[in-house]
Design a protein around this ligand. Structure first.
Ligand code: ADP
Length: 365
């Protein structure tokens, strides 16, 4: 019987539990044994009680739970080969040759590295007498399938990541709360949302809440952003709007690459010589990650979890490592390496202040 393990890694996101539930139950339903690796790569490196066999009822009620119940962690050891060697040994000792990993681009990069090194890791384990040739014989090929869990929707090649719509919903809910008090007092609010290299949350929240002005990393504002913002806010006020909402992504900056901070925006809106608005800053922070998964993330995680197990069972030794995407409402399998490289290219372009390239890359996604 095949033994398939599920792991969550990197930053948590709502819907990860739905993915775990779907992978475990599909694996069981397809006649496999199902395992969970607790605490991300840390659990794989440590082995022992971090790797647990799962039954149908172990994931009961998980669909609506936020966060990840099997834990997640950042694991320094897995960046280095000795850590991955330990992880390989633990996989073989537990009889596991297929791993479904739900995480961000870092976790999936690590996964692909692990798979490409797999034959040499087994060889080293035999040469250093940590395992025998007979022990490693049935584990020639490691199957890895990626699921993208991220609130930022920052992975190339998929329309949505597991968790992004829950986070977007949470942001809109918070803005609604803020708007009531903003309107009552005629105040302005600068709302900081997550997104270092990806402005999807800020952009979509801006559209969904009718914000006055937004700042995202991929399309920095021209140097005139101060005048532009004040002109637009003033016009909205003249039209009778009693509230002002400005949404700024964590990674916002101007075209020179200077960071645009909520404080700068606040000072400008509050400037006594200018708009003189009573302005407050709200940094939403980790509420964006919290709470239960929205309906879309539950359904996305479930369909993708089923597809991940199908991909494991279909894999041949030459199949490139896939990840499960959603494109135009269809669940698809795509090459993992390409998507991870494209994702890193966007981040690099933004770091290098090559914003035309960053936007071009986003457009072709
Ligand atoms: P995310 O998956 O959310 O992008 P990280 O980038 O922190 O989060 O990655 C999570 C974990 O994945 C890391 O702590 C590390 O154990 C592993 N990992 C990330 N990048 C690599 C890499 N290049 N090589 C090996 N392991 C990696």
């Amino acid at each position: 019987r095949r033994r398939i393990a599920m792991m969550t890694s990197g930053g948590d996101s709502p819907g990860m539990n739905g993915a775990t539930r779907a992978v475990i139950r599909t694996a069981l339903e397809r006649g496999c044994e199902a395992y969970c690796v607790y605490e991300g790569y840390e659990g794989l490196v440590q082995g022992g009680n971090f790797i647990r066999k799962m039954e149908w009822s172990d994931v009961r009620g998980w669909l609506s739970e936020g966060g990840t119940l099997i834990g997640t962690a950042r694991c320094m050891a897995f960046y280095e080969r000795p850590g991955r060697l330990k992880a390989a040994r633990n996989m073989v000792l537990n009889g596991i040759d297929a791993l479904v990993i739900c995480g961000g681009d870092g976790s999936l990069t690590g996964a692909d590295k692990f798979r490409s090194e797999w034959p040499s890791l087994l060889k080293e384990l035999v040469e250093t007498k940590q395992l025998t040739a007979e022990q490693v014989e049935p584990f020639k090929h490691l199957n890895i399938v990626g699921l993208v869990g991220s609130i930022d929707n920052d992975m190339s090649g998929t329309d949505a990541t597991i968790g992004c719509f829950s986070a977007l919903g949470r942001i809109c809910e918070m803005v609604d709360y803020i708007e009531a008090t903003a309107s009552s007092h005629s105040r302005a609010f600068v709302i900081e949302v997550m997104g270092r290299h990806c402005g999807w949350l800020a952009l979509m929240a801006g559209v969904a809440t009718g914000a006055d002005f937004i700042f995202i990393p991929e399309k920095p504002r021209a140097d005139r952003w101060r005048e532009e913002m004040c002109t637009i806010v003033a016009r909205h006020r003249q039209l009778g709007k009693r509230k002002t909402i400005v949404i700024v992504a964590e990674g916002a900056h101007d075209q020179q690459g200077n960071k645009i901070t909520p404080e700068q925006i606040k000072n400008l809106l509050a400037d006594k010589q200018g708009l003189a608005l009573d302005t407050r800053i709200t940094t939403l922070g980790h509420v964006q990650r919290g709470g239960s998964a929205c309906a879309y993330d539950r359904y996305l995680a479930t369909l993708q979890g089923v597809e991940a197990v199908n991909a494991v069972l279909d894999a041949t030794p030459t199949t490139p490592t896939p990840f499960i995407a959603i494109n135009e409402n269809k669940i698809t399998r795509k090459p993992l390496v390409q998507a991870v490289e494209d994702t890193k290219e966007v981040a690099k372009a933004i770091e290098a202040r090559d914003f035309d390239r960053a936007m071009g890359l986003r457009d072709t996604e």
